[in-house]
Design a binder for this molecule. Structure first.
Ligand code: SF4
Ligand code: MSK
Length: 645
């Protein structure tokens, strides 16, 4: 095992890596050894956007050469970075668009398997979009909300409606810089145009443009995804569940959903629970149907239904290697082509469902919202039929419990109560030093670093230093597997102030807030902290930070960029894609501060990453005049009433 131990901090992953070797199966952990990387690509200094190239500039001698067109290192690096933002933004936003389309179909009665489950959220969103409520039918309101959201994609002028939710000072910054996002598609298209051969060749201008596109993701596409998913599938509330490969069941039909859009996975949940499907499973000799998730679609059905999570992105191949998965149903994003190769050697069916995402060695069953449940039943039924084809099964005997499903609405409720919903107690706990700061730890796994290890080390260190941590994506799953998403962890690891807050409210010190599009929930929570008062007038003044210690996806770069442009200091690990250009890197790491009042940063070492985050948080506390630990004041009812006035 020794050679494997450097690859992952996750016990079940190590177990399956050993099995992969015995079975002569290849995984991402093997392929990363074969792919040694390229110095030009790593520095961001390789350009292949026109056929005069590819052109490469030596990062060690950046001034000695240029591309055939004359593009210098700064232009090439900035264009590559901006194109990552455009790619990430387009993925989140196309997800948001699919959700808006489904809401419209549901409201029109054309997708009868979907309903409006969270009416309160619908009315809140309607109010933000200036949709008339009055005594209109709920479906009429939903239709107009869906159409307004859909219009945000094609909007050509004006300011994106959801971005109006940001603090006033932040919006002024965006207006003054000319980066207030217009339409979502427009921003992505414009950034692709600007970074086309022979267009924008001023690296500063390219990087300001990248911020506008990223903002159209965070305050646009991703936020549409999150809000409309809550409306159709309910806003999550804390729920207990299990995580890790041990959630797969030897005596049941195992179906794993993987990808991102809950439009599909919600229907699989429904279909798998139908009595007719359970009976069919029993007829083939199984004790039932066991549904589990991988990656962000797992987070969606975890936070709404408590469906167990088999693992994060680097465990998709591990789940198949158990030999216990009858079907892995995928839609879009983060799906390794490698799963097809493994599935080709075992009984598992990989079922692709989106016309946008097909792959070799997979069955394609196209998903259509107007026949959603019928198609989901067909898929579940075919998985049951596949149970008889199982070979040898080896499921790791390990799961971990977690509490998931936190978000702005629940923070508001749990801290303030149903009738006095408020961020006041959170802000007060930050002001009096019981909570040192709030840190978002988000993003993917990347086999170039030890799987899960950096997430867990960074998060553990942050809570040990009094920070409340909010998490999404695969990062959240890493930390949940390590047992840090349980309330009792607070007293074991956190300083007294933080554990007292956690125990008083009954929350873990690490809050699972959902999937990648749900990073928009963190923007809303930061804005609510500003609006509550006492912590400055803008997000950049809050003692908060963001990090993605094991990132790999373009989506992570888009998320980081919209966090920074929204005023959140953000540190990435693994490696940084602009190091070929000193100017571009300085612009993002230093001069963004003049523009957005906070910056990007890079730090691969987990201890140093935590050090940077804590010193940033402490500097913000200092600037707010709250660096000295204050006396704890216990509010009585009279004081609470006074606060409400
Ligand atoms: Fe080379 Fe310029 Fe073409 Fe890029 S755009 S490949 S630097 S010639
Ligand atoms: S799924 S984007 S690996 S977090 Fe959202 Fe995980 Fe990263 Fe995909």
């Amino acid at each position: 095992m020794a050679e494997f131990e450097e690859m992952s901090a996750c016990e079940t992953t190590l177990e399956m890596l050993k099995k992969a070797k015995e079975d002569e199966q290849e995984t991402a952990f093997d392929r990363v050894q074969q792919q040694k990387g390229c110095a030009f690509g790593e520095a961001g200094s390789c350009c292949r956007i026109c056929n005069m190239g590819p052109c490469r500039i030596n990062p060690k001698k950046p001034d000695e050469s240029r591309g055939v067109c004359g593009a210098n290192m700064d232009t090439i690096v900035a264009r590559n970075f901006a194109r990552m933002v455009a790619g990430g933004s387009s993925a989140h936003s196309d997800h948001g668009r699919a959700v808006a389309e489904t809401l419209i179909m549901a409201a029109k009665g054309e997708a009868v398997d979907y309903q409006i489950k969270d009416r309160i959220k619908l009315l809140e969103v309607a109010a933000d979009l200036d949709v008339e409520i009055g005594d209109r039918e709920i479906n009429d309101i939903a239709l107009e909300v869906g159409e307004r959201c859909m219009a945000m994609f094609g909007q050509q002028e004006g300011e994106l409606a959801f971005a109006q939710r940001a603090p006033e000072k932040r919006k002024e910054i965006w207006r003054n810089l000319g980066v207030f996002p217009r339409g979502i598609d427009r921003e992505v298209v414009e950034l692709m145009h600007r970074t086309h051969m022979g267009v924008d060749q001023d690296y500063e201008n390219i990087l300001v443009g990248a911020a506008r596109t990223a903002l159209s993701d965070g305050w646009g596409g991703s936020m549409i995804g999150t809000e409309l998913q809550d409306i159709m599938f309910e806003t999550p509330v804390p729920i207990e569940a299990k995580i890790d490969l041990g959630v797969l069941e030897e005596d049941q039909v195992n179906i794993v959903v993987h990808g991102h859009e809950p439009i599909l996975s919600e229907m699989i949940v429904l279909a798998a629970n139908l009595p007719e499907m359970q009976e069919k499973a029993e007829r083939v000799g199984a004790k039932g149907i066991n549904l589990a998730g991988i990656c962000c679609t797992a987070n969606e059905i975890l936070t709404r239904h408590g469906i167990p999570v088999a693992g994060n992105v680097l465990q998709q191949e591990m789940a198949l290697l158990t030999g216990a998965v009858e079907a892995m149903i995928v839609d879009v994003q983060c799906i390794y082509q490698g799963i097809g190769q493994i599935a080709n050697c075992i009984h598992t069916d990989i079922i692709t469902t989106s016309p946008k995402a097909k792959m070799p060695y997979a069955k394609h069953v196209e998903f259509h919202e107007d026949r959603a449940l019928e198609i989901a039943k067909d898929i579940v039924s075919s998985a049951i039929d596949n149970f008889k084809n199982r070979g040898r099964v080896a499921i790791p005997d390990k799961t971990e419990a977690l509490i998931a499903g936190f978000n702005h609405e629940y923070i508001n409720y749990m801290l303030g109560g149903k009738f006095r919903a408020s961020y006041r107690p959170l802000n007060d706990a930050v002001i009096d030093g019981r909570i040192r700061g709030v840190v978002g730890v988000v993003g993917c796994n990347n086999p170039r670093v030890k799987h899960d290890d950096i997430h867990v080390r960074v998060t553990r260190e942050l809570i040990a230093n009094g920070c409340l941590v909010v998490m999404t994506g695969c990062a959240a799953q890493s930390v949940a597997k390590a047992g840090l998403m349980l309330p009792e962890v607070a007293r074991e690891i956190c300083p007294q102030g933080l554990w007292e807050v956690c125990e008083a409210v009954g929350i873990p010190p690490v809050l699972h807030c959902g999937s990648c599009v749900d990073n928009s929930r963190i923007l809303i929570a930061c804005t609510a902290m500003v609006h509550e008062g006492g912590l400055g007038d803008d997000i950049c003044e809050l003692p908060v930070a963001g990090c993605a210690p094991e990132w790999m996806s373009e989506k992570a770069i888009s998320i980081g960029e919209y966090f920074v442009a929204s005023g959140v200091y953000t540190v990435f690990g693994v490696s940084w894609p602009t190091l070929g250009s000193k100017n571009v890197t300085e612009y993002l790491f230093e001069r963004y501060n003049d523009l957005f009042k906070n910056t990007w940063d890079f730090e691969a070492d987990p201890e140093k990453m935590v050090g940077k985050i804590l010193s940033h948080i402490d500097s913000k506390r200092e600037a707010l005049g709250i660096s000295a630990k204050r006396e704890r004041v216990l509010y009585d009812m009279a004081m609470r009433r006074e606060l409400e006035i």
